[in-house]
Every structure is written in structure tokens, then in C-alpha cells.
Design a protein around this ligand. Structure first.
Ligand SMILES: Cc1ncc(COP(=O)(O)O)c(C=O)c1O
Length: 378
């Protein structure tokens, strides 16, 4: 059987990884400033993470959600306290798209309405309602058109209000920092205004923290910088440090009832211990503080970089925007300098999404490589 060929692949085959480094089958070591698409939060193969999963699988790898699972309760408790979202309720699933799918569905149940409001350049996943709320017509199939979505410019509160006042919109879904779209963000007044409009028009505010959550921005969640309280927060990626896990945090104003949401694999024992290990390491190793400090260091280094137009994003979710398309330079970074970075919808932008354990010497390595490449580019 062949693989369904949907991914253009780089000719690299990773076989091992440790902290911020990935090793391929030829023994070449790569500096991972991409984190497998913002997934690696506490570093590859962190010993506490490895032993937590190993010990759990020896005891019990899986049982369904029809019996008690005290590890889910422990996780809800620790996630609430580290994130500062103690009042919220936790529902677990398996991926970012699934988290948003559940968030959108719950918003529709809660309000009895069916339209979605999303923002231009958004990315929320590839499943039904999540992909409909994603601003990329290439990945939206005709079957997804059953979801009616209004797309509005990020920052345009007037446009938001003109739609919400028609009283047909169940939810507004937003990435406070757009990931795939290219690290754009708006100001606190906008996010606070959005929260107020959602309240005024009985619309559920969903913060998609799939990429920006779990400490990546230096705060536990990106929305926290703006002092808002979304009704639902969707999480995945950094949550499991590579273990497939996602979830939604649900404000207490939204009530649960049996059967409202459900999943076979979501919240299984392995996913829970993986996430618990991530939370412990985030806290014990002060990784959110490290994310802020390393971000500051990147900003300082970027000041001296030629041909750089601007720096976007926050924390360790940074976009370096140049005045030329960067795909060739990213190839040189991988094959000549052995550094993984990320792309974005914006062809001139390199995305830096390293493990939150990254240190100054790693960042120096990136900037030295960039300076070499920018010289040859002249
Ligand atoms: C903000 C955001 N939401 C949702 C998703 C979808 O997550 P997944 O690929 O786990 O379904 C992504 C993936 O890149 C994302 O960046």
C-alpha cells in the first residue's frame, strides 16, 4: 500500500531527539526551532515525561470514559491552578481541530444559534466546522459549506457588531496571535471590545489557544495579556509535548449534561499523564519565564539583522518577516546549517516555534546562520 500523498516532504528522517535537538538516520543533528509545528513544549524526550508515560503504560494504557479516571481529575486540578483558569470545566479530546469542533458545537448547543464569526487569515483545523472557520478556501470542501461563517478583518469591531446584532451567530472564534496565518495580532482594546460584544449579543467567545497556549507566549494563554475571560478555550499541541491530546476549557456559565459531548480516546490515561508531566515541567523549570526571556533575546538579536522588515508574534511564537520570499533560505537553514524553522501563509515570513527550553546559544546559532545566508542573498 502506498501513502496518500498529501505532504511535500523535506528529505530528512528523524530517528531520535533530545531537548532542542533532533537526530536523523545518518546521525546528523538538527537544532529544532520549529518544535514539530509548535508541539514540543518541554523539550524532546524529557526524562520526567518519558518515565511518566512508560510507568503508566505498564499499569493501564487505556480505558474508556464510561468508568472513573482519577488522573483526569488530577489533571483538571493542576491545569486550573497553573493556568489561572480554576473556575473552568475540562473536556478532553485528541487534537486541535477536534477541540475547536467541540467548542463550536457546544456554542451552538448553548445559544441555539448556528452561524460562526471568524477572522481573515485564521486557521482552526481541517475538520467540519473547524475548517469552515478557517480562512483558506483551498482546504474547505463543498461538504464543509453547510457551516455558515462570516470572516471579518482582525481588529474590526464595527464589522463584528454589525453581524452579531442579527442574532444568528453562536460563536466568535479567534486566535489571539494568528499562527499559520503569520503571527498577526490586534490590541487589548479590540479583544476586550470583542468580549463585550459577545456578552451583549449572547454569543460564545472561543479563544483558540491550540498553538499559543501552554506557556508558549510567556503567559499560560495568549489571551491573558488582554485581560479577558473567553467562554471556551481550546488547547492541544504543547499540551502533550507530542502525545496526541487536546481539550476545551469551558466557563461555568455553560452547563454540562450527559451525552452533550463525547469521545472514545479523549482523556485516556496516557494522554493525562503526558499532560501532567508537561504541566509539572513547565512549572518546575520556569519555562514560561524562559519563553519571555528568550523572546526578548530574539528581539534584541533581530535589531541587527539586515533585510528584516519586521518581527511579529510574542513569546516563543515569533515571525521574522523579510523583504523577499524565504523558502530558499529555510532550505539552506535545514540542509546547510541543520536548523529547523517553520513557514507561514505569508511567503516572506519564517516562524520560530522552539521548545520552551531553548537557550541563548541556540538563538545565536540561528542568527549566525541567518546572517551568513543574508550575505549570500545580497
Ligand atoms: C490555532 C490552531 N488551531 C487549530 C489547529 C489544528 O490542530 P490539529 O492539527 O491538531 O488538528 C492548529 C494547527 O496548526 C492551529 O495552529
Amino acid at each position: 500500500m502506498s501513502l496518500f500523498n498529501v505532504y511535500p516532504l523535506y528529505d530528512v528522517t528523524p530517528t531520535r531527539a533530545q531537548d532542542v535537538y533532533v537526530c536523523d538516520d545518518n546521525g546528523t543533528k538538527y537544532l529544532d526551532l520549529y518544535g514539530g509545528h509548535a508541539v514540543i513544549s518541554i523539550g524532546h524526550s524529557h526524562p520526567d515525561y518519558v518515565s511518566a508515560i512508560t510507568e503508566q503504560v505498564e499499569k493501564l494504557g487505556f480505558y474508556s470514559n464510561s468508568v472513573k479516571n482519577p488522573i483526569q481529575l488530577e489533571l483538571a486540578e493542576k491545569l486550573g491552578s497553573l493556568s489561572g483558569c480554576n473556575d473552568y470545566q475540562l473536556f478532553m479530546c485528541n487534537s486541535g481541530a477536534e477541540a475547536n469542533e467541540n467548542a463550536l458545537k457546544l456554542a451552538s448547543f448553548h445559544t441555539g444559534k448556528s452561524k460562526i464569526l471568524a477572522f481573515k487569515n485564521s486557521f482552526h483545523g481541517r475538520t467540519s466546522a473547524a475548517v469552515a472557520a478557517t480562512d483558506n478556501s483551498k482546504i474547505v470542501a463543498p461538504i464543509n459549506a453547510q457551516q455558515v461563517v462570516d470572516f471579518v478583518d482582525l481588529g474590526d469591531l464595527e464589522a463584528v457588531e454589525s453581524i452579531l446584532k442579527k442574532d444568528r451567530t453562536c460563536s466568535v472564534i479567534i486566535e489571539c496571535i494568528q499562527g499559520v496565518g503569520g503571527l498577526d495580532q490586534s490590541c487589548s482594546e479590540f479583544y476586550q471590545g470583542l468580549e463585550a460584544l459577545c456578552k451583549a449579543y449572547n454569543t460564545v467567545l472561543i479563544a483558540d489557544e491550540v498553538q499559543s497556549g501552554f506557556g508558549r507566549t510567556g503567559d499560560f494563554f495568549a489571551f491573558q495579556k488582554h485581560n479577558i475571560s473567553p467562554d471556551i478555550i481550546s488547547i492541544a499541541k504543547g499540551m502533550g509535548n507530542g502525545f496526541p491530546v487536546g481539550g476545551i476549557l469551558i466557563n461555568p456559565t455553560i452547563e454540562a449534561s450527559y451525552g452533550l459531548l463525547g469521545t472514545t480516546f479523549g482523556g485516556n490515561h496516557l494522554a493525562c499523564v503526558a499532560t501532567l508531566a508537561v504541566l509539572e515541567v513547565l512549572k518546575n523549570e520556569n519555562l514560561m519565564q524562559n519563553a519571555s526571556e528568550m523572546s526578548q533575546y530574539i528581539l534584541e538579536k533581530a535589531k541587527d539583522l539586515p533585510k528584516l522588515k519586521t518581527v511579529k508574534g510574542r513569546g516563543l511564537m515569533i515571525g521574522l518577516e523579510f523583504d523577499f520570499p524565504v523558502s530558499e533560505m529555510r532550505k539552506q537553514l535545514i540542509f546547510k546549517h541543520h536548523i529547523f524553522t517553520g513557514s507561514a501563509k505569508n511567503p516572506n515570513l519564517i516562524r520560530i516555534l522552539p521548545p520552551l527550553t531553548v537557550q541563548k546559544p541556540h538563538i545565536d546559532t540561528l542568527f549566525n546562520a541567518l546572517i551568513t545566508e543574508l550575505r549570500t542573498h545580497e
